[in-house]
Write a protein that binds this ligand. Structure first.
Ligand code: SF4
Ligand code: SF4
Length: 290
């Protein structure tokens, strides 16, 4: 196991962590460890991880539903026994609060310790969520220590609601950002996510100009927002700020989505190809459809 050295308390903040994946081939380039943080300030209709949106309020509803007896209540708090958990996901389906009893408060050192045995086999970290930008002190410390002590770069997978121009230390230490632009039009963005997109668009320009955008993503759901306008304007913004980020155009899929949104329409291949061609025609060098 690679050692994780002791660190001063001020550089070891805690974060609310939804899940840690020691290895993933789909969260950025190469084999990466992924740290999902709990809590999100958007409420996207097509959210595929709704259980990462909120903190547990310890209502106890999920406890009797657990078939493995991995959940218990002690002094009004719900506790999760990771040894007993079979990862069946029942608690996540039962929870009416978009939360999980499995989220844990961990220090940066604890996260790095859990991952250290995998360091020789991974190319870097991806920090995701929920929305990782909401836990800025934890995120900044994790990214800094991964780079400076363990020589591992970190990609920040974000909805763009955090003002990254105020987190210069994080931006300097990060390997890059993966930014969702869910809709270009402000009113459509608000209808889709419950939140404004001014900061998202500011980050697109700010991180793009710095050369820190690894990837921009738009999930396409026919009829929910103007995908053509979004792809056109995002492409224009990327080209005009000189960003070489790839643009990933993603077809909506209902897996993992809350029941009331599972019937949202899925785009056909022709529609995605048309959007990809539009991005290319605007000058984006790398466009990916998934
Ligand atoms: S995923 Fe949830 S319900 Fe399933 S065994 Fe683990 S704690 Fe219990
Ligand atoms: S995870 Fe959800 S259902 Fe379970 S105790 Fe927390 S808020 Fe209640």
């Amino acid at each position: 196991m690679s050692p994780v050295p002791d660190t001063p308390a001020e550089d070891n903040p805690t974060g609310l962590v939804a899940k840690i994946l020691p290895s993933s081939a789909v969260d950025g380039p190469g084999n990466r460890a992924v740290v999902f943080l709990q809590g999100c300030d958007f409420n996207c209709k097509y959210c595929h991880n709704p259980e990462t949106r909120s903190s547990c309020i310890h209502c106890g509803l999920c406890v009797p539903a657990c078939p493995a007896g991995a959940l218990s209540v002690y002094e009004g708090k719900v506790f999760w026994d990771s040894e007993r958990c079979t990862d069946c996901g029942t608690c996540l389906q039962v929870c009416p609060h978009s939360s999980s009893p499995k989220a844990q408060t961990l220090t940066v050192t604890e996260v790095l310790q859990r991952l250290s045995r995998y360091f020789p086999f991974i190319r870097g970290l991806t920090i995701s969520g929920g929305e990782c930008g909401l836990q800025a002190a934890f995120l900044t410390s994790l990214v800094r220590r991964a780079r400076k002590i363990h020589q591992l770069g970190s990609l920040i997978d974000t909805n763009g609601s955090t003002d990254y121009s105020r987190l210069s230390e994080l931006v300097e230490d990060a390997e890059g950002f993966m930014l969702d632009v869910k809709a270009w039009d402000g009113a459509e963005h608000r209808a889709l996510t419950g939140a404004p997109n001014d900061m998202v668009l500011k980050n697109l320009e700010y991180l793009g100009r710095l050369g820190m955008l690894y990837e921009v993503r738009t999930v396409v759901v026919p009829g929910l927002f103007n995908a053509e306008q979004t792809v056109c304007e995002v492409s224009r913004a990327l080209v005009s700020c000189g960003s070489r980020a790839r643009y990933k155009i993603i077809a909506f899929r209902p897996q993992g989505v809350r029941p009331q949104y599972r019937d949202l329409p899925q785009p056909d291949r022709k529609e995605l190809v048309k959007l990809a061609m539009l991005a290319r025609s605007m000058g984006v060098q790398e466009v990916v459809m998934v």
